[in-house]
Ligand binder design. Structure first.
Ligand SMILES: [Zn+2]
Length: 457
């Protein structure tokens, strides 16, 4: 197969950016070389000043199919991803029915995905009280790690676990070498705060925020740091919202514990000071906190205490957001963002002096590493999948429903003016998205790991 070169003055490689050419043969990157070393015989697509980034990896997305395809599904989620510059999604095990907690459920998901995907995907497995002793079969079936909740997850098919469940599961998990992703909130502080706010006005965002105290995240994270130290398991904190946990996490990392942390674009872009009463599109858990907290999260990213950024794209039908009632207590919590996440992040990051190299570290390399995809995804380098994003870092644009592409075009970001736009997305060498249009449809496939070996009988 013929080699072709994609070249630009802003190609983002691991740790640096510059004038390079990316040579692609078939589905893989053969080599990346300085632009002045392109052989004459190779056909060149010169992208001028536009940036070429590796395809982004989202390690936290709720695709919801099978079972809740009316919320979101493989076709719509993966199209939205392609439009947002994501080429690999790792699907959370809940909100779909069945939840991905057994090899049979993973099979059902694989069947549902078939022929529908615009980008590649992989699956996380769920850790629930029913499968604490049956981690190995699901690991062998091909999940890249496990996700659990220390608080009620908002739906009934996925059960939360507690410290004693964790103590049972962690030795089994350790044998797999796979990470445990944890929704780190403990119910105690939330239950008592909510109880005290029974008579408050739940149309006011501050009521919801007060019902979700930092203490809930803090106590969960302290527990997880202890268990990480005791078990030696890889533990990953999903969607960190409170900056008050950063000092403890920094200390745990300094002590060499295998703990990693993500936060999300909504915690880095929005803040409670600007959320209007009744604006339930902004509800998520843990909640969006103060402006001061947001700035401290940026500092956490700057210092590397927060490892990367994932979307927690979690859509639902508009009726579940109860926008007319505007009741933060009963509205569904979840913010979809996969199609706009890169622009949201770049709008905020460029203003704070970060570079596209930082974006790629947070939105491609970091998530790929957590999920164990780092040999093929998340970087422009020899031997990697030819997943590429053509991004215009200077473009200014306004978010409209037509830009969202997921199942229901609702978003707290509609009407916002953002900086930086995805123009094209390439999946394994082929252009699958170009300026609003989807090409080469349904090329996405499940990313599978090499055969899995465990010493567990
Ligand atoms: Zn989530």
């Amino acid at each position: 197969m013929a080699v072709q070169a994609f070249t630009s003055s802003r190609v983002v490689l691991p740790g640096k950016m510059g004038a390079f050419a990316v040579f692609v043969e078939g589905q893989r990157i053969v080599e990346v070389v300085p632009r002045n070393q392109i052989p004459r015989s190779v056909p060149v697509t010169d992208l001028g000043d536009l940036a070429i980034l590796p395809g982004l990896v989202d390690s936290h997305i709720h695709i919801n199919e099978p079972g809740r395809t009316e919320w979101e599904g493989f076709r719509t989620a993966t199209r939205a991803a392609a439009a947002g510059g994501y080429t690999t999604l790792v699907d959370m095990p809940l909100n779909c029915v069945p939840a991905t907690t057994s090899p049979e459920a993973l099979d059902a998901k694989r069947k549902a995905a078939q022929g529908q995907c615009q980008v590649d995907w992989a699956a996380w497995g769920g850790l629930v009280p029913e499968n604490l002793e049956r981690i190995a079969p699901l690991a062998s079936a091909g999940v890249f790690g496990f996700k659990c909740f220390l608080i009620h997850p908002g739906i009934d098919e996925f059960t939360m676990i507690n410290e004693s469940h964790l103590r049972t599961a962690l030795p089994n998990l350790k044998k797999t070498g796979l990470p445990l992703l944890v929704h780190a909130e403990l119910p105690g502080p939330i239950d008592s705060a909510t109880e005290e706010l029974m008579q408050a006005d739940w149309r006011v965002y501050g009521t919801y925020l007060n019902s979700q105290p930092d203490e809930s995240e803090l106590s969960a994270i302290e527990l997880l740091i202890r268990l990480c130290e005791e078990s030696g398991c890889r533990i990953h904190i999903v969607h960190l919202s409170t900056s008050k946990a950063l000092a403890r996490l920094q200390d745990a990392k300094r002590r060499g514990l295998a703990i990693t942390v993500e936060t999300c674009p909504h915690y880095l872009h929005l803040c409670s000071d600007e959320i209007s009463n009744g604006a339930t599109l902004h509800k998520c858990a843990p909640p969006i906190r103060s402006r001061e907290n947001r700035e401290a999260l940026w500092q956490g990213l700057r210092e590397g205490i927060i490892d990367f950024v994932a979307t927690d794209h979690s859509p639902c039908p508009p009726a579940m957001k109860q926008m007319e009632r505007g009741d933060f207590r009963s509205a569904w919590g979840g913010i979809p963002s996969v199609s706009v996440a890169l622009s949201l992040m770049w709008t905020e990051a460029s203003r704070r002096g970060f570079s596209l190299v930082d974006m790629v570290r947070w939105m491609a390399e970091g998530p790929a590493q957590l999920a164990g995809l780092e040999e093929r995804k998340g970087r422009l380098a020899s031997g990697f999948d030819a997943d590429m994003v053509v991004f215009d870092p200077e473009a200014e644009w306004t978010v409209t429903p037509a830009d969202l592409h997921y199942r229901h075009a609702i978003s707290p970001y509609l009407g916002e003016r953002l900086t930086g736009k995805v123009l094209m997305t390439f999946l394994r060498g082929e252009c699958v998205y170009k300026q609003g249009s989807f090409l080469a449809e349904s090329r996405g496939r499940e990313y599978t790991r090499k055969p899995f070996v465990t010493d567990q009988n």
